[in-house]
Write a new protein. Structure first.
Lengths: 526, 321
C-alpha cells in the first residue's frame, strides 16, 4: 500500500532530530567563564527570601549577613561583628563592643542601632518568625554608644552568645518597611563575605565576593544556590558536575561510585533521636522501667539497619566535649538479662499472652512517630520489635506530623540536640519549670536533682564547674531517664572533589551549617 | 451563536464561584497551617502561643465565612494578597511563572499532537498491520510509564550518559531550548500514548465508509481523500479532546516541573500547597480553573465552527458532546 504520509512523516522526524541535535551541540550558555571560581550548591528547597530575622537559619543567611558572634571549629563562640563583650556577675547583663570597620553593602557603617533594631524585630509579636523562642530570655536591648550594645536578660541564659550569631539587618533600609512584605527580602543588602549578584527567574541565586567585607576575603569568586528539589536529580547533577555540593541520603550511597568526581563527607551532627516518655502515664513512673527499656534497645543495630551505618549510638543529650564522663550511662551494647531483672524487681510479670503486667495494668503504650519522617517511623518499629521479647508492648503509630500532639502522646519518637552551649537543649527540655504552656518539657519530666544541676550549670561562671555539673547531670539522667536515647544522625554531603576547605565541625539539625567557614573554601581549576 | 455564548459564560461564572468556595474551604482542611509550615521539620518548636500569634497576624483567626468574604472582595478589586513565603503580591509571584509554563505547555502540546496525528493517522490507514500493532503496543507502554520515572531515565541518558543536555533548571530564560527539551518531551511522551490511540480510532472510524470507496472509484488521489475528507471529519472531536488535554498537561506539569526544577506554575502550585501559602495557592487554583474553562469554551466554539451539526444540537438543547 502506498503511504501518502511518508513525506510528512520523514519531514517531522527530520525536523525533530535536527532540533535535538542542534540543541545538544549548542554551547552551554549558562556556564560561567572558565576563570571564575564558582561553587554551585544544589538546595533541597528553593530560597524564597533572605532575611535572617524571618527564618530559621538558612545556609545563605550567614554568607550575606553576619551577627555579633560566630562558632569556631569546636562550636565555641568567637567574636564576629562584636569584637569583645563583658558579662555582669549576675550573668544578666551583656555588653558588646562592635568592630568599627564593618559596613553594609551600600556603604553605611554597621552600628549598634542595627543590632538593637534586629533583636527588637525578632522579639516583636507582629513579626512572623520561628526564631522568637530562641531569644525570649532577653528582657531589654539598648545602645550605650554608637558601637556598644547592652542586653539584659530575665534569667541567666548561657546559649545567648551562640544565638547571637543571628545575622544583623540594616535599620536604615528596613525601619519604615513591613518586614514580611518588604522588597528588601529579595534584594538583600548585607554585611557578610558575599553579596547578591543575581536572583534568577528559576530561583537560582548567584552571590559574588564582597570586597568590602571586614573579615577574611573568600577564596571563591561566586557561590550559587540552585534549587534542585528532587533527591535523585541532585545526585545525578553531582555526578555530572552541574552542582558541586548537595546533601545525600544514606540510601543513595550505593549509587555513588569511585569513578564519580565526588567526595562524600560524612559529618557528625548534634541531631539525636530518642523515645520520649509521657509521665502522665503511670507505667512510666518507676525509673526501673525506663532503665530497662534503655538497656534493652540495640542502638548499633539501629545505626546499621536504619541509617546504613551513617550515625552513632546515643546515650545522652550532650556533646562529647561537654560530658565529663563521655560514657556516663553507657553500656556495652544491649543487656537484656539485666533489663529483665530490673523489670522483675519493679514488680512486672508476664501474663498468659507474654505481656508484662502489674496490678492489672499492662506494660503497653503507643509509640508515635511523625509519618513524614521515615527514619523516625523505622526507629519506632525497631524499638517495638526489640522490646517485644521482654514483654513490653510498644505499639508503633505513625501520625501525620501536623497532627502529632507533642505533649499528649503516650510515647513519642522525638528529635533534639544542639551543637552549641550544653544549656541549649537540656534546660528547656528537662527542667521542671519548663512544663506546660507550650514549652519544651513535653513529657512533664520532673527530677529535683536534675533541676538543681541544670540550674547550677546554667549559673556557674567557671567552665570547669559547669562541666562538672553537666557530668553529674548526665549521671542523674541515666538513673532516671526522661528519654531513651537512640541514635545520633550523621550528615552526608556529596562534594565535587576539586572543592577544598570543608571542615567537619559537628553540624546541627539536618546537617545544618556546612557553609560556616565558606571563606576558607576553594576550588581547584583544571 | 449569541445564545450559545451567553449560556457558556453564565455556566463558567457559576463554576468559578462554586470552585473558589470549595477551594477556599478545602485548603483549610489540609493538615497543618502556615505557622506550622514556617517551622518546617522543626515543628515541635512551634508553641501554641506562637501558632495563635502568627495566625492572628495573618488574619486567619476570623471565622471562615468572614475570611472568604474579605478575600473575595479584595480579589474583585484586583488584590490577591501577599505570599506568605516571599511577601510579594501573589499575582506577581504567579505572573513570573506564566511564561515558563506557557512555553513548556505549548511546546509539549505541539510535540504531543504532532506525534498523535502522525502515528494515529498512519496506523489508522494501515489497520491491523504489524506497524499498526506496534504503534498500539508502544502507545500502551507510554500510557503505563509513570512520568517521574520517564523523567529520571531521560535525565540519566541525556545528561549523564551522553552529557549533552542539562538535567534541570531553566538557564538564561524560558526559551533556552537545551533546558526545555527534556521536560517538554516527558510531558509529550507521557500523554502521547493515550492520544495516539484516540486519534487512531477516530481516523479509523472516519476512514471507513462507502463515500470514501466511491471517491476512490472516481479516481480522486488518495492523498486528497485523506487531507480533505478523513481529517476534517475527525477534526471536531479531536479539537475538543485536545482542549481537555491541556488541563491534563497542566496537572501533569506539577511533577515534571518539580523534577526538572522548571520554574513554572506547576512547581509553584506544589510549593504553595506544601507551605500553606493560601493567597498564592488560591490564586493559582482560580486562575487555572478560569484558564481551563476558557480553553474548553474556545475548543467548543472552534469545533462548532468547523462542524455545523454541533452548533444546531447545542442551540436546540439537544445532546452535547
Amino acid at each position: 500500500m502506498r503511504n501518502p504520509l511518508k513525506k510528512p512523516l520523514i519531514g517531522f522526524a527530520a525536523f525533530f532530530l535536527a532540533a535535538l541535535a542542534g540543541a545538544c551541540s549548542a554551547q552551554p550558555a549558562d556556564q560561567a567563564a572558565d576563570e571564575t571560581k564558582q561553587l554551585v550548591y544544589g538546595m533541597e528547597a528553593e530560597i524564597d527570601r533572605v532575611n535572617p530575622v524571618l527564618d530559621e537559619s538558612q545556609e545563605i543567611d550567614a554568607l550575606l549577613f553576619r551577627g555579633l558572634t560566630k562558632p569556631d571549629e569546636q562550636n565555641k563562640v568567637t567574636p564576629d561583628l562584636a569584637e569583645s563583650w563583658t558579662i555582669s556577675e549576675d550573668l544578666l547583663t551583656y555588653t558588646f563592643k562592635l568592630r568599627e570597620d564593618a559596613v553594609w553593602q551600600d556603604g553605611e557603617p554597621v552600628k549598634a542601632d542595627d543590632v538593637v533594631f534586629t533583636l527588637q524585630k525578632i522579639l516583636d509579636p507582629k513579626t512572623n518568625t520561628p526564631i522568637t523562642g530562641e531569644f525570649q530570655e532577653i528582657a531589654d536591648v539598648r545602645t550605650t554608644g554608637d558601637d556598644e550594645v547592652e542586653i539584659t536578660l530575665h534569667r541567666p541564659y548561657p546559649p545567648l552568645l551562640d544565638k547571637l550569631k543571628v545575622g544583623i539587618v540594616p535599620k536604615h533600609l528596613l525601619e519604615d518597611e513591613n518586614l514580611a512584605e518588604s522588597e528588601f527580602n529579595r534584594n538583600p543588602v548585607g554585611n557578610g563575605p558575599f553579596r547578591l549578584k543575581e536572583w534568577k527567574g528559576d530561583g537560582t541565586i548567584v552571590l559574588e565576593r564582597n570586597h568590602d567585607y571586614y573579615g577574611n576575603k573568600p577564596k571563591l569568586d561566586e557561590v550559587v544556590f540552585k534549587p534542585v528539589p528532587d533527591a535523585n536529580t541532585r545526585l545525578v547533577q553531582l555526578k555530572a558536575g552541574e552542582i558541586d555540593l548537595a546533601s545525600l541520603t544514606p540510601s543513595q550511597m550505593e549509587a555513588v561510585k569511585g569513578s564519580d568526581p565526588i567526595k562524600v563527607h560524612e559529618i557528625g551532627t548534634a541531631d539525636y533521636r530518642a523515645v520520649m516518655y509521657n509521665f502522665d502515664l503511670e507505667i512510666f513512673h518507676d525509673p526501673k522501667v525506663r532503665q530497662a527499656i534503655s538497656l534493652a534497645v540495640d542502638r548499633e543495630a539501629m545505626v546499621e539497619g536504619i541509617l546504613d551505618g551513617k550515625g552513632e549510638a546515643a546515650y545522652g543529650p550532650l556533646q562529647k566535649s561537654w560530658a565529663a564522663h563521655p560514657d556516663a550511662g553507657q553500656t556495652e551494647g544491649p543487656d537484656r538479662e539485666r533489663s529483665a531483672q530490673l523489670l522483675a524487681e519493679a514488680g512486672w510479670n508476664k501474663n498468659s499472652e507474654g505481656i508484662l503486667e502489674k496490678d492489672g495494668k499492662l506494660l503497653s503504650f503507643e509509640l508515635v512517630a511523625p509519618a513524614q519522617d521515615t527514619v523516625r517511623v523505622a526507629l519506632a518499629n525497631v524499638v517495638s520489635q526489640q522490646l517485644k521479647p521482654l514483654g513490653i508492648q510498644a505499639k508503633p503509630k505513625p501520625v501525620d506530623q501536623n497532627a502529632v500532639k507533642y505533649d499528649g502522646e503516650e510515647a513519642l519518637l522525638i528529635g533534639w540536640g544542639s551543637e552549641f552551649d550544653p544549656d541549649d537543649h537540656t534546660y528547656r527540655l528537662f527542667h521542671s519549670s519548663e512544663i506546660g504552656g507550650g514549652r519544651y518539657n513535653f513529657g512533664k519530666y520532673r527530677n529535683e536533682e536534675v533541676d538543681r544541676l541544670l540550674t547550677e550549670a546554667r549559673t556557674a561562671t567557671d567552665p570547669e564547674e559547669r562541666k562538672a555539673a553537666y557530668g553529674r547531670f548526665q549521671e542523674a539522667l541515666a538513673e532516671d531517664p526522661p528519654y531513651t536515647f537512640l541514635v545520633y544522625l550523621d550528615a552526608l554531603y556529596g562534594v565535587n572533589e576539586q572543592v577544598t576547605g570543608i571542615s567537619d565541625r559537628t553540624l546541627g539539625h539536618h546537617g545544618f551549617g556546612i557553609l560556616w567557614n565558606i571563606e576558607e573554601w576553594d576550588k581547584q581549576t583544571d | 451563536m449569541a445564545l450559545f455564548l451567553v449560556k457558556r459564560a453564565a455556566e463558567s461564572a457559576f463554576v468559578l464561584i462554586l470552585g473558589s468556595l470549595l477551594v477556599f474551604t478545602f485548603i483549610r482542611l489540609i493538615p497543618g497551617d502556615p505557622a506550622a509550615a514556617m517551622y518546617g521539620d522543626q515543628l515541635q518548636k512551634l508553641t501554641e502561643a506562637d501558632r495563635l500569634r502568627i495566625s492572628e497576624n495573618l488574619g486567619l483567626d476570623e471565622p471562615l465565612p468572614v475570611q472568604y468574604v474579605h478575600w473575595a472582595s479584595q480579589v474583585l478589586q484586583g488584590n490577591w494578597g501577599a505570599s506568605y513565603l516571599t511577601g510579594e503580591p501573589a499575582d506577581e509571584v504567579i505572573v513570573r511563572t506564566l511564561l515558563p509554563t506557557a512555553v513548556l505547555l505549548i511546546v509539549s502540546q505541539v510535540l504531543m499532537i504532532g506525534l498523535a496525528l502522525l502515528f494515529g493517522l498512519t496506523s489508522a490507514l494501515r489497520r491491523d498491520s504489524l506497524y499498526d500493532r506496534t504503534v498500539l503496543a508502544v502507545s500502551v507502554l507510554l500510557m503505563a510509564i509513570p512520568p517521574f520515572w520517564l523523567a529520571l531515565m531521560m535525565m540519566l541518558f541525556f545528561s549523564i550518559r551522553l552529557g549533552v543536555l542539562p538535567s534541570s533548571g531553566m538557564g538564561a530564560g524560558p526559551f533556552s531550548i537545551r533546558h526545555l527539551i527534556l521536560p517538554a518531551l516527558v510531558i509529550a511522551l507521557s500523554h502521547a500514548g493515550y492520544y495516539i490511540r484516540l486519534f487512531r480510532n477516530h481516523f479509523a472510524a472516519s476512514s471507513s465508509g462507502g463515500h470514501l470507496l466511491a471517491l476512490r472509484a472516481r479516481g480522486v488521489p488518495y492523498r486528497r481523500i485523506v487531507l480533505s475528507h478523513i481529517l476534517p471529519n475527525a477534526a471536531a472531536p479531536l479539537i475538543v479532546y485536545t482542549g481537555a488535554s491541556l488541563a491534563v498537561s497542566l496537572a501533569g506539569s506539577v511533577v515534571v516541573e518539580t523534577i526538572f526544577s522548571w520554574p513554572g506554575l506547576g512547581r509553584l502550585a506544589l510549593k504553595s500547597a506544601l507551605a500553606h501559602d493560601y493567597p498564592v495557592l488560591l490564586a493559582i487554583v482560580l486562575l487555572s480553573m478560569a484558564f481551563v474553562i476558557l480553553v474548553n469554551l474556545l475548543a467548543g466554539l472552534l469545533a462548532a465552527w468547523i462542524d455545523p451539526r454541533l452548533r444546531e444540537a447545542d442551540t436546540e438543547g439537544g445532546a452535547r458532546w
